[in-house]
Design a protein around this ligand. Structure first.
Ligand code: SAM
Length: 284
């Protein structure tokens, strides 16, 4: 079998199967073997791992994952790609292709068939639903050890941002609540067909074991983050009293208790700062 990243091979396979790439499903296939290897390496996949791949496309990365992992669950929404994957992955017995929408699939039910351990998620994500996929994986109770995904560079920079900059926002804090994000490397638009409009980046997120807060604190934490960034140019005192169900004196009291000046803005607060504010509201 020729390399599944070779533009010639991709063209040939697609032609033989009468397959047309779909914008609707965010289909941009990788044409650089080296990048595929770098993603698999960044994920640190070993022979004990069960890997969930979202959107295998024609299977270029799936094949590499099958060579490294114990088992690969590859979830592909486009039914037209299934006969192609049957062909390109025929030699791998440790691969299950599931023709489903990742946002609708009961992922836990699939994982349990293959392992009792935490899984690793590896993907070149469809860009039109990057955030719902990542947040969906984190919010549902899925046993995940790490998530290594290629996404738009701009979103990767937002996820890995530090307080104070313009990229720092609700998405940064939400991902930081569940994981320790690290931007692994940048990928130019030129290594995909078709070529997307923006550059990409690979982000590696180790999922935290220490889910710090109980359910009520967690809900409060996310409410504070949402309210804080609802008007990011306003002071915390104003944006929190406008967007939470608390009167101004109560917001003042909670901020004081958390040791946060009321004139600060959400974009300057660390994860720990948000946590202290949420806990202070809990004690009012
Ligand atoms: N992994 C391939 C590669 O790197 O060349 C393809 C990546 S392409 C950016 C995204 C893939 O996700 C496509 O194969 C697309 O059909 C699939 N996809 C899009 N939406 C999906 C969804 N909701 N659930 C599962 N797969 C989806």
């Amino acid at each position: 079998m020729h390399k599944l990243t070779s533009p010639r091979t991709i063209e040939d396979i697609l032609k033989r199967h009468g397959f047309k790439m779909s914008k609707k499903f965010g289909q941009n296939f990788l044409t650089d073997e080296n990048i595929v290897l770098k993603i698999v390496n960044a994920a640190g996949v070993t022979e004990d791992d069960v890997v969930l791949e979202i959107g295998p496309g024609i299977g270029a990365m799936t094949a590499k994952l099958c060579e490294r992992a114990k088992h690969v669950l590859a979830v592909e929404i486009d039914k037209m790609l299934i006969p192609i994957l049957d062909e390109t992955l025929a030699e791998y017995e440790n691969c299950t292709v599931i023709n489903e929408d990742i946002l609708k699939l009961d992922i836990n039910a699939e994982i349990i068939k293959h392992t009792e351990k935490k899984i690793k998620v590896v993907a070149n994500l469809p860009y039109y639903i990057t955030t719902p996929i990542i947040m969906g994986l984190l919010e549902k109770d899925i046993p995940i050890e790490s998530i290594t995904v290629m996404i738009q560079k701009e979103v990767a920079e937002r996820i890995a941002a530090t307080p104070g900059g313009k990229e720092y926002g609700a998405l940064t804090v939400a991902c930081g609540y569940y994981t320790k994000p690290q931007l692994s490397f940048i990928v130019p638009a030129s290594v995909f067909i078709p070529k997307p409009k923006v550059d990409s980046a690979v982000i590696h997120m180790e999922v935290r074991d220490d889910r710090l807060m109980d359910k009520n604190d967690k809900d409060r934490f996310f409410a504070v983050v949402k309210a804080g960034f609802a008007n990011r140019r306003k002071t915390l005192l104003n944006t929190l009293s406008n967007n939470l169900h608390y009167e101004k004196p109560d917001v003042k009291k909670a901020l004081l208790q958390a040791g946060i000046e009321e004139s600060r803005r959400a974009e300057t607060l660390s994860f720990e700062d948000f946590k202290r504010i949420a806990e202070a509201f809990g004690k009012l």
